[in-house]
Structures are given as C-alpha cells and as structure tokens.
Design a protein around this ligand. Structure first.
Ligand SMILES: [Fe+2]
Ligand SMILES: [Fe+2]
Length: 228
C-alpha cells in the first residue's frame, strides 16, 4: 500500500490540445505518464493535484478519466485552474457512476483518509488571480474550501494538496499559509509551475510545513511516493 501524488497531467486524449507544443520537456508525455503510473497497485492511492484534463466539459474529459481509471488503485482529484470541466461533486460523481468510472474521487470541501493521514486540499490562490475581477470573493471562497477540508481531518495528521503554490519566489499567500500553520499541516504539495517558472519554486520546511512542487514536468511524469 502506498500513497503517490502528481499534478498537472494536462491530458487531452479527446480534445486537440497536446502539451507537446511546449517543447522537449513535454515530448511523448502521455506515454511517460503511462509508464510513471504503472507503479500503481490496487491498494494504492494517487492524488492528482489539479490541471488533470484540458476537456471543457466532463464529456470532453471522459477519455482522460478512462485513461486514469484503467490504472489500479484509488485516484483523488484536486481542482486546477485549467479544469474547466469541474462541476459540483454530486454532478461529477453522478457522471462517473453513469459511465462506470469506479476509481476516481475528489478532494473538494472534504478530505479523504489514507492510513492515519487526512488528505486535504483545494485549488488555492495565486498572484495571477489578482489581475482578475472579484478576486477578493474568490480568495474568500478558496479559504472557506481549504478550511472545510482541514476541519474534516478531525485532528488527524494532514497532508495538504493545493494546485497553486502558496509560496513562490517573490510571492506568498498569507491567508492560505495561515491556515496551513493553524491546522499544523505536515506536508503541502502544490503544482501549477511549469518550464521556467519551476526555478522560482519554494521547497523545504516553513513554519512546520514541508512544501514540495509535484507538477508532472518537474517530476519527470512519475508520481512521487509520499508514504507506504
Ligand atoms: Fe498546469
Ligand atoms: Fe495550473
């Protein structure tokens, strides 16, 4: 039994938006993901930390869901900024039920459990968002989602998955960092950073939380093992 995580698979098996246009780092990325996920066993859990599919609707993302469902083990999805197909959890669960997709679930206003750990998370907040209107409202919504997820842990040790990095060279999101500290989050994984932006990642322990970047291109398309 093992817990793995990876973000930013950016699958596009039924929409024509291959990441290979982003250069050598993304060449044959679907095959590399296939190989990376081949470690999964039926009692494993894989957290997918956002930007999973380019599909605009669940229908357009279905081929990507089926690709993931074909691997053994439970997969838990966190929302990324490109997951336009994302809807309410009840609607997404109904879609999976109707399509016979059995191994995919969500971390969204809730948490999941892995051994003694609570797996929490949400999309988070990033400085790119500051340029958009209604940013205050959206940040508040993300704070509420994160706190709902952290509360659901019920005092268990927490591994948290945010799509957006709460810390970045030259940027931090104090509201999100405060919650991580308040709930004594052990580890915070994040994605979203690709290509040149990877250089600006912040990793290591800050205020008791260990931060690490898990975007797929950074990990070489193989999920990181977080615990047995
Ligand atoms: Fe991404
Ligand atoms: Fe992203």
């Amino acid at each position: 039994m093992a817990l793995y995580a990876i973000g930013d698979l950016h699958l596009s098996l039924s929409v024509n938006k291959s990441m290979e246009v982003f250069g050598a780092a993304w060449e044959n990325y679907v095959e590399r993901i296939q190989e990376g996920l081949s470690v999964l066993r039926p009692d494993d859990t894989l957290v997918l930390d956002g930007d999973t599919s380019w599909g605009m609707t669940m229908g357009q993302a279905e081929a990507d869901f089926r690709f993931l469902d074909a691997f053994p083990g439970r997969k838990l999805l966190v929302k990324g900024n490109h997951d336009y197909w994302w809807g309410t959890v009840s609607k997404m669960r109904r879609f999976f039920d109707e399509k016979g997709i059995r191994t995919l679930g969500f971390i969204h206003n809730n948490c999941a459990f892995y051994g003694d750990y609570a797996l929490c998370g949400t999309r988070g907040w990033f400085f790119e968002e500051d340029a958009k209107p209604h940013n205050e409202k959206m940040l508040n919504r993300e704070k509420l989602r994160l706190e709902a997820s952290l509360k659901a842990a019920g005092g268990r040790p927490i591994l948290c998955f945010l799509h957006y990095p709460p810390l970045y060279a030259g940027y931090e999101c104090p509201d999100i960092l405060r919650l991580l500290e308040q709930y004594k989050v052990e580890t915070c994984c994040y994605g979203h950073l690709h290509g040149h932006a990877i250089r600006r990642r912040v990793e290591g322990v800050r205020n008791g939380t260990a931060f690490s970047l898990i975007s797929a291109d950074y990990l070489g398309f193989a999920p990181v093992k977080l615990c047995d």
